[in-house]
Ligand binder design. Structure first.
Ligand SMILES: Nc1ncnc2c1ncn2[C@@H]1O[C@H](COP(=O)(O)OP(=O)(O)OP(=O)(O)O)[C@@H](O)[C@H]1O
Ligand SMILES: Nc1nc2c(c(=O)[nH]1)N[C@H]1C(S)=C(S)[C@@H](COP(=O)(O)O)O[C@H]1N2
Length: 194
């Protein structure tokens, strides 16, 4: 969108679309209210300074439903897709399998780092098979279902996410440095908004 301010042309950056996928049998049946999706949205609100919009989805622990939601959000142009739930060892936990199904390449460092940091909070952190990968031009990151795990895990990996999105030629995500120091090893200056 181009706005005119006096004689200058002001280009408003298009908001980055970020997919938020809650995977929960009970929340999807309405047996409890989804607290995971809103917790991810609140986290992003706190950390991101550049414009973005949430594209939320709520699906049961079903591999086809999860994979379809991930694929759809990628095709809609979400640069980042964050899932919550279904990463454990229970029979119906299949979020990592759905993620692997739709991804062109896996990014195992995300899961490794989140499990490592999560051990400071709960010894059961090793029960999460959470992973990450690239689907088209989207980075998909899995989080456990416990709403409190969302900030615990995202704090551990978010500094690497904006540069990963840069490498995928997605929108430039700017973080609030007081909340999260994004690390860009080959840093280009942010484009002049004029
Ligand atoms: N979206 C959610 N909103 C609120 N609480 C949740 C949510 N997802 C999970 N939880 C809580 O975290 C716990 C562990 O999450 P997990 O993904 O293992 O769910 P679950 O026990 O398989 O049940 P369900 O799939 O029906 O949410 C749940 O038992 C529930 O107490
Ligand atoms: N940071 C963090 N990681 C965590 C947890 C947590 O509370 N905080 N819960 C663990 C537990 S109890 C389980 S069973 C696994 C898998 O959770 P999920 O099936 O809800 O995805 O995540 C683990 N990882």
């Amino acid at each position: 969108m181009v706005q005119r301010k006096g004689k200058e042309k002001m280009t408003q950056p298009t908001p980055a679309s970020i997919g938020i996928v809650t995977v929960s049998d009970r929340a999807s049946r309405g047996e409890y209210q989804d607290r995971g999706g809103p917790a991810i949205e609140a986290y992003l609100q706190e950390v991101l300074q550049s414009p973005w919009r949430a594209v939320p989805r709520l699906v049961p622990d079903d591999i086809d439903a999860i994979a379809d939601a991930l694929q759809e959000l990628s095709e809609l142009g979400c640069c980042l897709i964050i899932t919550t739930g279904g990463t454990g060892p229970a029979l119906r936990d299949v979020t990592p399998e759905a993620t692997e199904r739709v991804c062109d390449k896996m990014m195992p460092g995300f899961g490794e780092q989140m499990r490592q940091v999560s051990l400071q909070f709960v010894p059961t952190a090793i029960l999460s098979r959470q992973t990450a990968g690239i689907c088209g031009s989207s980075l998909i990151v899995n989080l456990p279902g416990q709403p409190k795990a969302i900030a615990e895990c995202l704090d551990a990996v978010f500094p690497a996410i904006p540069y990963c999105i840069d490498l995928l030629e997605g929108p430039r995500l700017e973080t609030d440095p007081a909340r999260c120091q994004a690390f860009r090893p080959k840093s280009k200056p942010a484009p002049d908004p004029q």
